[in-house]
Design a protein around this ligand. Sequence first.
Ligand code: PMP
Length: 416
Amino acid sequence: MYDIAQVRKDFPILNRMVNNVPLVYLDNAATSQKPASVIAALVDYYEQYNANVHRGAHTLAMEATMAYEEAREKVAAFINAPSPENIVFVRNTTEAINLVAHTWAAERVGAGDRIVTTEMEHHSNLVPWQHVARTNDAELRLMAVGPDYTLDLSDLDELLSPSTRLVALTHMSNVLGTITPVKEITEAAHRVGARVLVDAAQSVPHMPVDVQEMGCDFMAFSGHKMAGPTGIGGLYISPDVIDEVEPFLRGGEMVLEVTYESATWNRPPMKFEAGTPNIADAIALGAAVDYLSGLGMEQVREHEIALTGYALERFHELEDVETYGPTDLSVRGGVVSFYMSGIHPHDISQVLDSFGVAIRAGHHCAMPLVRSKLHVPATARASFYLYNTEQEVDVLISALRQTMEYFGDADARQAR
Ligand code: PMP
């Protein structure tokens, strides 16, 4: 296990005071903090070798191109993609999913076909499929969330009909922390000839992820949730499907030959990266991958399992607080959504801020799940990362106790 005190020193922002108390950052599911090495990679690029990639023969252009493509190699190795060719740099998970929706799915999901997703998706992995289903006259079906907050696979065989073209599911819910059995679902989907897209926005940053072992066709993730910068993310496209995917954006860089009448496409991944890419942030994502690999993703996962277990124990000491998500830590990530009767989650979040504690309140971009499955208008959510400590959980719990005192007991709150 890594030395947490040492790790915390790598993240300059963790020294910050908020409202005259030390910052306790527990909003990692929204975005993670960045180590100094990632920030340095950004500065180094802009100070030393800022140039456009793939175009110039001058030294700076070659250095930038090398660093950009090296970052792609690092990302590919991190998720065990067969080749860097299978990694497309995009802005974020949302863009990665939309790329697949607007290209592969737009062309290959026809009238009467079926797309299967789940009841625990982030809007990013629901709304694009609603659009494809509506425009192509296809059917959108949902895998249910069971009472233990895991996916109910009992009707999987019925959902995976011969007309199912795509299964799009999250690897880890950003509301419940549920880790889904993607490998099992992928195998079942492939048996009926369906493709599988995995939303790995919450898994790639927090646990070892191996796309070949998982067997998925597409996987989307965001750099900013994995100690990297904002504005960069990845789409993995498997060798099995990559030739079925048409370009999303058309223009410079993605072409091979252009006449006034027509054009031919470059090889992947260039085929999917029209225009000047986000060079600096891709290179810094490479630095983030180096950082995470240095710690070891098994260790990161172990740390978060221990911390989540501790947090849940401490949460259960609080009366009138409901937590959501699986109790089995082997299928749960470091996310604790909770609800205190009679106190709006936004009020909790605001009071916690006065104690330096940053959490999130709302529907977490999973409005249907929160409203129709958890039956609350919103939840508060504490989410952990590799640098969080039990002490910070203690600060959170103590701040929550004071929040409850501030708002009065449950009866008084309800009466208000
Ligand atoms: N899917 C999941 C499960 C997420 O948690 C998030 C971010 N909250 C997204 C997709 C969207 O990520 P981004 O905003 O980086 O596109």
